[in-house]
Design a binder for this molecule. Sequence first.
Ligand code: NAD
Length: 417
Amino acid sequence: MPQELLFFFLEAYFIMKAQVKPKTRGFVCVTAHPEGCAAHVKQQIEIAKNKAPLANGPKNVLILGCSTGYGLASRIAAAFLGNAATLGVCFERPSEKGRPASAGWYNTAAFEQEAKEAGLYAKTINGDAFSKEIKEQTIKTLKEEMGPIDLVVYSLASPRRTDPETGETHKSTLKPIGEIFTGTHLDTDKAALVDVSIEPANPEEVAATVKVMGGEDWELWMEALSQAGILAPNVQTVNYSYLGPEITWDIYKNGTIGKAKEDIEATAQRLNKLLEPQSGKAMISVNKAVVTQASSAIPVVPLYISILFKIMKEQGLHEDCIEQMVRLFTDHLYSEQGPQLDDQGRIRLDDWEMRADIQAAVMEQWPAITTENLKAETDFAGYQENFLRLFGFGLPGINYEEEVELEVDIPSQGVKA
Ligand code: NAD
């Protein structure tokens, strides 16, 4: 065999199969394990399947941001609790030149495979959900293959958004407004508490964060779906928010991201008008703090979560994304009495997190936590395990020493990564 050909085959072999270990850089892990991600998806599916199926669940569900975190869990709940056909939109990276794909890619491949085996329709559109092209492609697929949609879940979390009209790219920031923020942050790489101080955002940064994480794109989606005549009677749409305890407010609720969350609440009110002809509803669900790719980037949150998880686990109240989404579908969206709303019209899945006794215990612990007692006094270990699981690491039954196929097919895309 000519030498070049031999090298070609050797390269092809080594590029496709490799041992994958976690490589974390601050709050991101740049590798993902295909089989581990599939096992993580299966774990979540089992949790949904172990609950009583929805008697009157949705038939056709569109999930924007379907590949990780709350969006993936929403898709799993819709499919495996509600028997729904799902169309998902996400923005994930395939495997390239011997690099693993992103976790969301592997999750989506695994979800579709499981859905197919269960006889459920599942298709995914991988591309920029903020763009006109992806909206058009989604609507075309809905019209040709699915029919009217009875639930639209908006679960995008992105650091940037290109405005489809102007072509300008806006970047979101996680900053306080008005005053400098000083607080304690957990450096998860070093397992150390560090003092942080973050300069307040200027008005342009506030506006840009609202542009990215506020309600504009949600509204554009719902208008496009409505104009296409693809919304079913009694359609529901839900977008996710977070409020959290006072200790996080300077950086979250009263910061740039909080402004974006205020904007989605105002958007929900406008969408309720838009959906009147279908007797539809637009809702905000305030979810609990969980470890996701998006939340690990927020200052203060990893320390808060480490303390919170210990207390909620001790009380038997611990939930991850899937348990929250099971409650959203069962107790609210598809319950007999309909969604239970707070005085501002929001679903409160953070009710257990915000319980007075839970928060009192968190606040009592907070000032006493130091780098030295972090591991003993908080659930930092649980935080780290949870973080690594997002990328498919630490799952039982997976041999992480073995080489694995990096290129994994997302069945509905019909192409290899
Ligand atoms: P995540 O990072 O796990 O998921 C983000 C999703 O958005 C992924 O599916 C990703 O592919 C998709 N996405 C990002 N940019 C995209 C683009 N341009 N086009 C298409 N898809 C794109 O995030 P998450 O933590 O699950 O957050 C989802 C929502 O839940 C956010 O609104 C967040 O504020 C909210 N929330 C999160 C928490 C928490 O603790 N994580 C708590 C309450 C509410």
